[in-house]
Design a protein around this ligand. Structure first.
Ligand code: A3P
Length: 314
């Protein structure tokens, strides 16, 4: 059993007094730490994770910023890692993917108690984080555990985020104006933002250590699902063997199937967030239905350019 040093609420409050604060849309207060913005209640678990988590060599850590297809990556990795057998037991039919693969720093907000102790679970542990690379525990960076990072086109990510937060507004609340949402996104003012820094750090690290970090693009998963899912399976040391296995996993994890499962049509795995909010269209280029060409230009000229100079086109 690992020793966990709990960080007291009071200490976090005192420590964070001097950190920059802002308001994210009309939704929440956010605090900046290590160059990134964090929503309420996330700093304590992030600090606890960083100071107490001991990665093991057989851990698999999924990483992504918000609304890039995390739910899909969690489902696929679950099927891949559980040796395709548990997949046949259909874990995805009984619980939402976020239950099986908790997001470490937001496990605190889980509406259901975690069914395993992330510190003490038997291996291989499959966990997820939205945390930027810079604040990951040293042991994650230094051990042989594997990291799979999922990135997505910034304009589709923003539109997905906009729909996500709109999906659980109170009846008296109006959607946040898209124009202002674009401003916030371009200046990095959102949970786990700036988007470009989040993606860039993992991208550079994946270039430096390709055996350690696999960088996956949502768009490539959509255009070549078999190729990309096989790539993830190989990276995790669990290549598909039998004929038809990859098709089976893809079908089990498809948006259409997950969206229509009873377990995802009702209830809430994350406090105040209906499970339905995690499944929408899953299309590449949906931003074209929402953004004006001026908004498109602004995102291209800020986030797009920053990534392009690193050789990354999303
Ligand atoms: P859209 O809002 O563009 O439809 P996250 O899981 O990181 O919160 O990201 C949510 C986005 O991933 C949503 O995008 C959602 O529809 C899409 N998504 C969820 N499950 C998916 C799946 N099984 N396959 C493809 N896309 C999926």
């Amino acid at each position: 059993t690992q020793i966990i040093s709990p960080i007291e609420d009071n200490d976090v409050e005192k420590w964070s007094i001097g950190l920059p604060k802002a308001r994210f849309w009309d939704a929440m207060d956010i605090t900046q730490w290590e160059g990134y913005w964090f929503g309420p209640g996330l700093l304590k678990p992030a600090l606890t994770f960083r100071s107490s988590f001991q990665a093991r060599d057989d851990d698999v850590i999924l990483a992504s910023t918000m609304k890039t297809g995390t739910t899909w990556l969690k489902s696929l990795s679950l099927c891949i890692l559980k040796n395709h057998d548990d997949c046949k037991h259909d874990m995805l039919a009984t619980e939402n993917p976020h239950f099986h693969v908790p997001t470490i720093e937001s496990a605190l907000f889980s509406a259901k108690p975690l069914h395993f102790d992330i510190y003490d679970a038997s291996g291989p542990r499959l966990l997820h984080t939205h945390l930027p690379y810079v604040v990951l525990p040293d042991s994650v960076k230094e051990s042989d555990c594997k990291v799979v990072y999922l990135a997505r086109n910034p304009k589709d990510t923003l539109i997905s985020m906009w729909h996500f937060f709109n999906s659980f507004l109170r009846p008296d609340q109006k959607p946040f104006p898209l124009e202002k949402a674009v401003d916030c996104f371009c200046s990095g003012l959102h949970q786990y933002g700036p988007f470009s820094d989040h993606v860039a750090e993992y991208w550079l690290e994946s270039q430096r250590r390709p055996d350690k970090i696999l960088f996956v693009k949502y768009e490539e998963m959509k255009s070549d699902p078999k190729g990309q899912v096989s790539r993830i399976a190989e990276f995790l040391g669990r290549p598909f063997g039998e004929e038809g296995q990859v098709d089976d996993v893809l079908w089990r994890c498809s948006l259409e199937r997950l969206k229509n499962l009873e377990v995802n049509k009702k209830g809430s795995i994350l406090l105040n967030v209906p499970n339905t909010s995690f499944f929408r269209k899953g299309e590449v280029g949906d931003w074209k239905n929402y953004l004006t060409s001026e908004m498109e230009d602004r995102i291209n000229q800020t986030i797009g350019l920053k990534l392009e100079v690193l050789g990354l086109i999303l």
